[in-house]
Design a protein around this ligand. Structure first.
Ligand SMILES: Cc1cc2nc3c(=O)[nH]c(=O)nc-3n(C[C@H](O)[C@H](O)[C@H](O)COP(=O)(O)OP(=O)(O)OC[C@H]3O[C@@H](n4cnc5c(N)ncnc54)[C@H](O)[C@@H]3O)c2cc1C
Length: 431
């Protein structure tokens, strides 16, 4: 199996009985040696939850279950010989392959985006963003030119889906609770967070009432929400929108969308929507090859696309495990009847919107639900305790602003250009 994320681990769990009965032997290959709990990445990026608390070592998951774990990156798949090429020239033979390699950032070919924006998919992305955000405050503390300061303290988030909304809410909470206290020399009036969304509302695909609550909440904490706008170009220190407006900023967080996973070599099969692997109604890509979760272009029984969320990964993983075993025994295979169990959008302390089995909840009640649900969903008791401690502690203490990242990769004071900020000051009329 490729990938030890939500889908991959669920495949391991679902094949447990067959594995115990000696019917299957499992090998998991992942380029990282840990599982990461993505829903808490915004909290990690803002120092509300400790970095290591949202990851679980894959060897500790695999060892007790008798699963062979290989920490390596799959570079190419040779379908005709049923072989995976790994890094360092190694190769691995398979009988059946389940691809659970997740997704990659979709830059939509926007000029400069990949070079200058911050992707927000991995733990490293969250660590990098936290270090960069803190660096902006450090430089702003030392800068004298107000335009340079304003540019340093302007944070742009592209994409008003769940992740973009959560990142904005988390950044604002960090700034208002922690940064303004730690940086008394930095005028709070210069700080701004812009959320740019191409659609007509935030949280497209979720309940409209929740989109309104989320937008109202973000606006009430000072986030500038711009709808019907797209990022058209990104340059060092400036973000240009499709209507020509320029936002002078050194921080653009890219949460606009995802595409299928990428190997070093092209996939040996045709790809579906957004570069995801095409699967049939049973999750089969090819003879002996299956795909689950974000990596696959799945549709349910009624032809509706399966969303790229954790429950999509769980449900496709379970069907694939059933079908993989059924096929080997000549039994009938199943199609996916996708059940939408709901969603949770964290908007900061005591503010959340959620839909639980279609029932909308918001406010403090939803926040407690958010906290308990995530604790329950964490892999491993130790991680549950650690995250619980962080969430509880967060009610009383400031965010952790330690910059744990290579400094040589950060923006430096000498990179700042006062002209850039002044020249590009064009107010954005709201739409
Ligand atoms: C910031 C963020 C917040 C999110 N919040 C939520 C949320 O609140 N609720 C929700 O339901 N969903 C959320 N999601 C989406 C959810 O995380 C994904 O839908 C889910 O992780 C998909 O599971 P997966 O197993 O397909 O992929 P992943 O969980 O991404 O796992 C893919 C695995 O494959 C490995 N891999 C990739 N390529 C290779 C390779 N070439 N070789 C070896 N290993 C490889 C990766 O290292 C990774 O471990 C969020 C996602 C992000 C990024």
């Amino acid at each position: 199996m490729i990938g030890g994320g939500f889908g991959g681990l669920d495949v391991c769990k679902s094949l447990r009985r067959a594995q115990r009965a000696g019917r299957v032997q499992l090998t998991l290959v992942d380029k990282e040696n840990f599982f990461q709990f993505n829903p808490l990445l915004p909290e990690v990026a803002t120092g509300a939850v400790e970095t290591r608390h949202i990851v679980y070592p894959l060897r500790a998951f695999c060892g007790p279950r008798g699963i062979r774990f290989i920490r390596n990156k799959v570079r190419a798949i040779h379908a005709e010989t049923r072989t995976l090429s790994l890094h360092n020239g190694l190769s691995l033979q398979y009988d059946q392959l389940v691809i659970a390699a997740g997704a990659s950032t979709n830059w939509f070919n926007i000029p400069g985006a990949e070079a200058h924006a911050f992707p927000f998919k991995s733990l490293m992305d969250a660590i990098r963003l936290r270090a960069h955000v803190v660096e902006m405050w450090e430089l702003a503390d030392q800068a004298e030119d107000p335009e340079v300061r304003r540019q340093l303290l302007t944070f742009v988030v592209a994409g008003g889906g769940i992740t973009g909304v959560e990142v904005c809410a988390s950044l604002m909470e960090m700034f208002q609770r922690t940064m303004v206290r730690l940086y008394p020399n930095v005028p709070a009036s210069l700080v701004s967070v812009h959320l740019i969304e191409a659609g007509e509302r935030l949280l497209g695909g979720l309940q409209e009432a929740h989109a309104r609550v989320a937008e109202g909440h973000l606006r009430s904490v000072g986030v500038k929400v711009f709808l019907h706008r797209k990022v058209a170009q990104v340059d060092k220190g400036r973000v240009t929108l499709d209507d020509g407006a320029v936002i002078p900023a050194h921080t653009l967080v890219w949460t606009t969308g995802i595409r299928g996973p990428a190997l070093d070599s092209p996939w040996p099969w045709p790809l579906g929507r957004a570069g995801r692997l095409k699967v049939d109604e049973h999750g089969r890509v090819d003879d002996g090859v299956w795909a689950v979760g974000d990596a696959a272009d799945w549709a349910d029984e009624q032809g509706r696309p399966v969303p790229q969320v954790a429950q999509g990964a769980f449900q496709t993983a379970r069907i694939v495990c059933h079908n993989l075993l059924a096929e080997s025994e000549g039994k009938p295979k199943k199609t996916l009847r996708y059940k939408d169990l709901g969603y949770i959008v964290g908007l900061g302390r005591h503010s959340t919107v959620a839909s639980v089995m279609g029932l909308p909840i918001s406010g403090s009640l939803a926040w407690y639900f958010w906290a308990f649900y995530y604790l329950f969903a964490m892999v491993g008791f130790r991680k549950q305790v650690e995250v619980a401690t962080d969430v509880f502690k967060g009610l009383f203490v400031l965010h952790d602003t330690s910059q744990i990242h290579e400094r040589r990769r950060m923006l430096r004071a000498e990179d700042l250009d006062p002209e850039l900020g002044a020249e590009a000051q064009r107010p954005l009329p709201p739409r």
